[in-house]
Design a binder for this molecule. Structure first.
Ligand SMILES: C[S@@+](CC[C@H](N)C(=O)[O-])C[C@H]1O[C@@H](n2cnc3c(N)ncnc32)[C@H](O)[C@@H]1O
Length: 322
């Protein structure tokens, strides 16, 4: 796999965003994209097989069952760009269906080098595939893929796993509109969205009894220690998952178990925490199926088809650019 690497200094960028997030008042924050370093990407793979986290299995079931039906609704020829591919395991079903009809160019776009490497290992055995990975942020990567396509080629953009839920609703709409701007009429976006379900089920999915999600969340502080020479004591923070009814999202926080001060030399920052004060690290917004039809209309797409899982409410939505 060819990999195009990020060019700006990532450590400097990380330090700047940590500084900006931890000096926010009253709610300290850290961007969720930094959850995914080597350790975080490996832990996410474990989360995806936990019994409490039904989301990945639902997404996978829908892709496995409907891959040929999905592919039949796409124009030809098509090249595939996947935003935040992770390990690419579920993508295999779509790529297999596509490869059975044409040689397929697949471009995973990932901020995590580890995830890109896993993705290549996972999918390289497919016949008739060329994989070119982009170690980039979503839209930068998508612009590059779009610029490389031939005139007669359409684009299929995959945004699976309900990763769109990490944006709040206005930001999610803006993001899909930006994706649409890069596309041409007839191009497609296959969007996975987790649907609202009872709150206890949602909380368990983000706070499993084995503590894997807790480790995934705490690893963000460990990463700041490793990469920015900080002195977070991981014993003094605990993972929390909360449902925010107004936003219809599950929020992950790291709560300080005591009054303390942490030093982050590479971000030129010393930051104080009160007992019980939290750092907000991720949101996972939940949708209704109807909302996705509205999202499509508001962003220059039409929803061509929607498939819903029968075990874990989750929708796979095929949006076509108007
Ligand atoms: C929730 S995981 C989902 C992975 C996979 N799509 C799935 O459904 O299992 C989100 C993935 O997006 C990547 N990611 C997060 N923010 C990103 C960004 N701004 N640009 C590119 N990739 C990003 C992460 O590294 C991670 O692998």
């Amino acid at each position: 796999m060819l990999t195009h690497a990020i060019t700006p200094d990532p450590r400097y960028q990380f330090a700047a965003e940590v500084r900006a997030g931890l000096t926010k008042n009253p709610q300290k924050e850290l961007p969720s994209k930094y959850l995914y370093d080597d350790v975080g990407s490996a832990l996410f793979e474990v989360i995806s097989v936990l019994p409490e986290y039904g989301l990945t299995r639902a997404d996978e079931r829908l892709l496995r069952r409907h891959a040929y039906e999905i592919v039949d609704q796409l124009p030809r020829p098509v090249i595939v760009a996947e935003l935040g591919s992770g390990s690419g395991k579920k993508t295999r079903w779509i790529l297999e269906a596509l490869c059975s009809r044409q040689r397929t160019y697949y471009c995973p776009i990932e901020i995590s080098r580890t995830a890109l490497a896993m993705c290549e290992r996972e999918l390289r055995d497919l016949e008739s595939i060329s994989i070119v990975g982009f170690e980039r942020e979503y839209l930068d990567g998508l612009l590059e893929v779009a610029a490389r396509r031939e005139q007669d080629e359409h684009l299929l953009v995959l945004f699976l796993g309900s990763t769109i839920g990490n944006f709040d609703r206005p930001a999610g709409t803006k993001f899909v509109r930006e994706v649409r701007r890069i596309l041409q009429p007839g191009d497609a976006l296959l969007l996975g969205t987790d649907l609202l379900k009872p709150i206890p089920e949602l909380i368990q999915a983000y706070d499993d009894p084995l503590g894997v999600t807790s480790a995934f969340n705490l690893n963000l502080l460990a990463r700041i220690n490793r990469e920015l020479d900080a002195d977070f004591n991981l014993q003094r923070f605990k993972h929390e998952a909360r449902f925010n009814p107004e936003a219809r999202s599950v929020e992950m926080h790291l709560s300080s178990t005591r009054k303390q001060t942490v030093s982050i030399p590479a971000a030129d920052l010393s930051v104080s925490f009160d007992e019980g004060e939290t750092i907000w690290t991720e949101s996972s917004h939940k949708y209704s199926r109807h909302e996705i039809l509205q999202l499509a209309l508001a962003t220059g797409f039409r929803c061509q088809a929607q498939w819903i899982d029968d075990k874990w409410p989750f929708a796979e939505n095929l949006l076509i650019a108007e």
